[in-house]
Write a protein that binds this ligand. Structure first.
Ligand code: CP
Ligand code: NVA
Length: 307
């Protein structure tokens, strides 16, 4: 007996390729105006932020409204969650009021606890180790510009951070080759790489950004200091370690001539990416930002069983 498990969207690895493709297709349909009516009418989604956000906050709030639903934006600072109420109890309470929860947190354990105790879908809006909504937008963006991503080569240069770790999960599910160039100190977790390889993913790790980028169809980077790295004084050493991984014109020259450039934003211009590349003809970073809106509609429609 019991009710069916809610459709959480916590990590790409939790879902098979067909399910992720279904969400992506729904997002594309939403972008094309092919989603009829107000499929989220009568539904309320709580958007909880423990960390700042521009894209995630606005794209979820606007996307939910456009689908006919209501969004409540909450800062954990203003919630009892921020002064010690457990994620489990928060989940039990919010499950009585709203139809889904999106959480951005600096500790993945919190979203896992929230999901375990929620009777409604929980969506990951970024953790210290993952950013699956970003990847759905990135996959959509690649395919819009360059066609099916299966069999393509994607290169990452920089920190082996949360976005990089979701790229690894995406490579396992969408069948593209992923080459990651990171300083050895900032390489993605070996356990995750091992998992992806067991799933059949082609993941290549190197310390040399030129080797990673060579011939790639897409080059991606991200900030040198993520929100979960802001505590402590490790930032100077991160800058020193990561300077050779800057995505600049010289590095991009080694990629395929028609390579596109992605960055989840916010960018630190002059650090991980130069103005020349970010504003250059190969950059699709603002299409990528726009696609957060469309891709998340696909996730929401799937999670709420509305399509
Ligand atoms: N890319 C992204 O998640 O941006 P925000 O931090 O502005 O939400
Ligand atoms: N890696 C970045 C992504 C921001 C959207 C961070 O976690 O701060």
């Amino acid at each position: 007996g019991g009710r069916p498990a809610p459709r959480h969207f916590l990590e790409l690895m939790d879902h098979d390729a067909a399910t992720l493709r279904r969400m992506l297709d729904l997002g594309v349909q939403a972008k094309r105006g092919q989603v009829e009516g107000k499929p989220l009418a009568g539904k309320t989604v709580a958007l909880i932020f423990e960390k700042p956000s521009t894209r995630t906050r606005v794209s979820f709030e606007v996307g939910i409204r456009q689908l006919g639903g209501d969004a409540i934006v909450l800062s954990s600072k203003d919630m009892q969650l921020g002064r010690g109420e457990t994620p489990a109890d928060t989940a039990r309470v919010l499950s009585r009021y709203v139809d889904a929860i999106m959480l951005r947190t600096d500790n993945v354990a919190k979203i896992r606890e929230l999901a375990e105790h929620a009777t409604i879908p929980v969506i990951n809006g970024l953790t210290d180790v993952s950013h699956p909504c970003q990847l759905m937008a990135d996959l959509m963006t690649f395919e819009e510009h360059r066609g099916p991503i299966a069999g393509q080569v994607v290169a990452w240069t920089g920190d082996g951070n949360n976005v990089a770790q979701s790229f690894i999960q995406a490579a396992a599910r969408f069948d593209f080759t992923l080459r990651l160039a990171t300083p050895p100190e900032l390489a993605p977790p070996a356990q995750l790489v091992d998992w992806a390889r067991r799933e059949g993913a082609r993941i290549e790790l190197t310390a040399d950004p030129h080797a990673a980028v060579a011939g790639a169809r897409c080059v991606v980077t991200d900030t040198w200091v993520s929100m979960s790295d802001e505590k402590g004084d490790a930032q100077i050493s991160r800058h020193n370690l990561l300077a050779p991984y800057q995505l600049n014109a010289a590095l991009l020259k080694g990629a395929a001539p028609d390579a596109i450039v992605m960055h989840c934003l916010p960018a630190h211009r002059g650090e991980e990416i130069t103005d020349e590349v970010m504003d250059g003809p190969q950059s699709v970073v603002f299409d990528e930002a726009e696609n957060r809106l469309h891709a998340q509609k696909g996730v929401l429609l799937w999670a709420l069983g509305a399509a």
